[in-house]
Write a protein that binds this ligand. Structure first.
Ligand code: C2E
Ligand code: MG
Ligand code: MG
Length: 454
């Protein structure tokens, strides 16, 4: 059992925490915070068993959702998207696929899960086609476990026919590890899929065994450069640049389409563009977004890169963020300006979300964002009173004459110990559609409320 878990832990990637908005559309909640469950665990084998049971339940209850991450050409025109599974567990919140896919593979739950994804994506493509949208292909990740199982080609054919959509709308992503042993059955499955008109992509290229033999045996259409090469690509490191250039060159020579994954920085994008990389998939253009959001992007047809580079993982938001079902009333005071204590009285504000890192607030006051201005916020959650200090980090205009602010809290250990279980409790209650007691929620329209009280 230990060995199994070790393998899982090794394979599961670090949970990704997201906090930026895609280029054109405002999608604040499009990327959920993922929880890294196994690493929180004290009792690994119990947790593993529990996890397995929860996956089985989730399949039955269809608790999964598919997000779509656009792939764009170097002009930002949307070429297609990758379908990525999301699991919003009623108690744990969002669980990273890097965490549950390996367990699902180990327990073979990946088989029904993969078929569910295929079915949903085909249904979605039909819906977009029926709406008259210019449909672009969607790539689906197929685990080696499902690839070896019987009936994949038949199942996909049936789904395409049922939804009356052409096979060219689909691409199948397989990882190099699926090809570890060039199994005859896998090869003939891939060939049969290609005969239907489905494209095959080799995912995460460069991290597996990168054998040239695979490239020769499998006539894949697309090569996806793994994000480690892109993310680590340092413009001053000749080696990194040479590796990426060589993969691009190799793909061109083999007449394969190439997609660079994990593009987060403008300089990475410019380098790839210069080297004539065909397609880009990365947070610089868009994170994976829910289907309705991707549909909006499809209608526009192109995406502009975000203005600023995406911050490295270590600088991203580190905490689980709880969004209140309704804004919570609080009071804000300015306590210090340029190291001088001030007393300016308190003003009412609304709390929109909370984490151990801080709160998002809405206020009718136009406040400067400055590290030398210190604030305190008072509020009550489930009968527990808080009075926390810190500074404002960002400002956004909200509707009407109000503003949204990100407040970074400097919590002491005692407050953190009180707040952490409360956030947990509130999440469980909200997910179970139960009322959160002893908390002053404002049910009126936020702008009207703030205008009235200012
Ligand atoms: P993958 O197939 O290589 O998918 C790309 C992953 O990179 C996604 O993570 C995506 O959100 C992330 N990504 C894309 N651009 C960027 C970027 O600019 N920066 C960073 N830091 N990350 C970026 P995600 O959604 O967490 O999925 C992780 C892996 O889980 C996937 O890797 C895939 O191997 C697996 N997975 C996800 N959905 C499915 C599925 O439906 N079936 C199977 N078999 N595996 C899946
Ligand atoms: Mg993939
Ligand atoms: Mg990949």
């Amino acid at each position: 059992m230990k060995k199994f878990l070790f393998k899982l832990l090794k394979r599961s990637r670090v949970s990704t925490i997201y906090n930026h908005k895609p280029a054109i559309l405002d999608v604040p909640a499009s990327q959920p915070d993922h929880k890294n469950l196994l690493s929180d665990s004290n009792n690994d084998s119990n947790k593993e068993l529990l996890f397995e049971q929860e996956i089985a339940k989730a399949i039955e209850n269809e608790d999964f959702e598919i997000y779509y991450q656009p792939q764009v050409n170097t002009e930002g025109i949307i070429y297609g998207a990758e379908a990525l599974l999301r699991w919003n567990h009623h108690e744990w919140g969002f669980v990273s696929p890097g965490e549950f896919i390996p367990i699902a593979e180990e327990t073979r739950h990946i088989n029904p899960m993969s078929d569910w994804v295929i079915q949903k994506v085909c249904g979605q493509l039909r819906d977009w086609k029926d709406k008259g949208l210019m449909v672009r292909p969607v790539s689906i990740n197929i685990s080696p476990v499902r690839l070896m199982e019987e009936g994949l080609v038949e199942f996909i054919t049936q789904q395409l026919e049922m939804n009356n959509i052409p096979a060219t709308y689909l691409e199948i992503e397989i990882t190099e590890t699926s090809l570890l042993k060039i199994d005859k059955r896998v090869l003939s499955t891939l060939e049969a899929l290609q005969e239907l008109g489905i494209r095959i992509a080799i995912d995460d290229f460069g991290t597996g065994y990168s054998s040239m033999e695979y490239l020769r045996e499998v006539h894949a259409d697309t090569l996806k450069i793994d994000q480690v090469f892109i993310n680590n690509m340092n413009m001053t490191n000749e080696k990194d640049l040479a590796i990426v250039s060589s993969i691009l060159h190799l793909a061109k020579g083999l007449n394969m389409r190439i997609v660079a994954e994990g593009v987060e920085k403008h300089e990475q994008f410019h380098f790839l563009k210069q080297k004539e990389c065909d397609y880009i998939q990365g947070y610089l253009f868009s994170k994976p977004v829910p289907a309705d959001m991707y549909e909006k992007l499809l209608r526009i047809g192109y995406i502009k890169p975000v203005k600023h580079d995406i911050k490295p993982e270590s600088e991203r938001r580190k905490y689980y963020r709880f969004e209140f079902p309704f804004p919570v009333l609080g009071k804000m005071t300015v306590t210090e300006v340029n190291d001088r204590k001030v007393n300016l009285g308190a003003t009412k504000i609304l709390l929109k979300d909370i984490s151990l890192g801080g709160v998002k607030i809405q206020s009718s006051l136009k406040l400067p964002i400055h590290a030398n201005i210190k604030f305190r916020f008072k509020f009550t959650l489930m009968d527990e009173q808080f009075n926390i200090g810190g500074t404002l980090k960002w400002k956004d205009e909200a509707e009407g004459d109000t503003f949204l602010y990100g407040f970074a809290a400097a919590l002491n250990q005692k407050d953190e110990d009180r707040l952490a279980p409360l956030i947990n409790k509130m999440s469980v209650l909200r997910n179970g559609n139960q009322e959160i007691p002893e908390t002053e929620f404002i049910y009126d329209d936020s702008n009207a409320f703030l205008a009235k009280t200012s």
